[in-house]
Design a protein around this ligand. Structure first.
Ligand SMILES: [Ca+2]
Ligand SMILES: [Ca+2]
Length: 307
């Protein structure tokens, strides 16, 4: 590890230490240099909902002097400076993040001289949950609004075009021009426009989730969401000349029906739940805030229909 020259007075000592080549020209051989390892890893997936098990593979790491199975791999999942997991010779790590956010995962690779290198990769934990319960679907539905995540929204309704139906409330159906119901493609098309931040700069949704109820009529579970507050401020397709308009659902409620998919779709993760239909309930109270007209969820969404 040092590169000094032998002093002449040290020559005999050096010979006594059997450093035979440290001889006639008064110079010691250089101790072979130890290069730092190359820290390298891949992660899969790079993005996923909370509790996704991210798999980290550092087997692309290498070192000139230390065999791969003697390298030490240590992981700091959230780059707080404390290594959370590590082992000699095992380049594989796995971690689940409970909280949503962007995490910088740090890998430190040490060779047998304890020379280290680090590599950092980002993973994104989004606020979505595994679809293993109706309640999680309703959580994800709200997140799809918050994140304007049309892919998640569409996927939530992915029971198939025939199996998803949105039914308007009786009050809505009495409005001229409103259909009795619409299907998945209409629902998705509406949300492509609602989630467009250029057309709708302000969009917020909140609701309370009630208990599961078994509906023997349909053979499905249903859940009433209540205290629905949906606030939309934006341009309405076909009526852009009116400028930005403000619409809100203020204390509405809707009922969702769910179907549990059989084994196979979700593999080892368990059953997957899907939203089958969604029925708008009439507003029980008319409670208009100043400047905001109360609407049911369906009527607000109907503003963004273009078909
Ligand atoms: Ca090395
Ligand atoms: Ca840590």
């Amino acid at each position: 590890m040092h590169y000094g020259r032998c002093a002449t007075t040290a020559l005999l000592v050096a010979i006594a230490l059997s450093l035979a080549s440290c001889g006639e020209d008064d110079s010691c051989p250089e101790t072979p240099a130890n290069d730092a390892p190359l820290a390298c890893f891949v992660v899969s997936p790079v993005e996923g909902p909370s509790f996704t098990e991210f798999q980290f593979d550092a087997s692309c790491s290498q070192d000139e002097e230390t065999p791969a199975d003697e390298l030490l791999f240590q992981w700091d999942w959230e780059s707080d400076g404390e290594y959370d997991f590590g082992a000699v010779g095992n380049p594989h790590g796995a971690h689940r993040f409970e909280q949503a956010g962007n995490f910088e995962v740090v890998l430190q690779v040490s060779d047998r001289e304890w020379t280290v290198s680090r590599e950092t990769l980002s993973v994104v934990v989004n606020a979505l949950r595994a679809r293993n319960s109706p309640e999680n679907l309703l959580w994800n539905l709200k997140q799809a609004y918050d994140l304007r995540n049309i892919a998640e929204y569409e996927s939530l309704l992915a029971g198939g075009p025939e199996s998803f139906t949105f039914v308007l409330s009786q009050a809505d159906q009495e409005e001229p021009g409103l259909p009795d119901e619409w299907g998945r493609q209409t629902e998705v098309g509406i949300h492509e426009r609602l989630f467009n931040p250029d057309a709708v700069p302000t969009l917020s949704l909140s609701y309370a989730v009630g208990p599961r109820q078994w509906d023997p009529g349909t053979g499905m579970w249903s859940i009433l969401v209540w205290n629905v507050f949906l606030h939309v401020y934006g341009l309405i397709p076909g009526r852009e000349n009116e400028g930005m308009r403000e619409f809100a659902v203020d204390g509405g409620s809707s009922r969702f029906w769910f179907r549990e998919e059989p084994w196979g779709q979700a593999g080892a993760e368990g059953h997957v739940w899907k939203i089958v239909s969604w029925e708008d309930e009439p507003l029980e109270t008319e409670s208009p805030k100043a400047g905001i007209i109360p609407f049911t969820w369906g009527r607000v969404k109907n503003l963004y229909r273009t078909d």
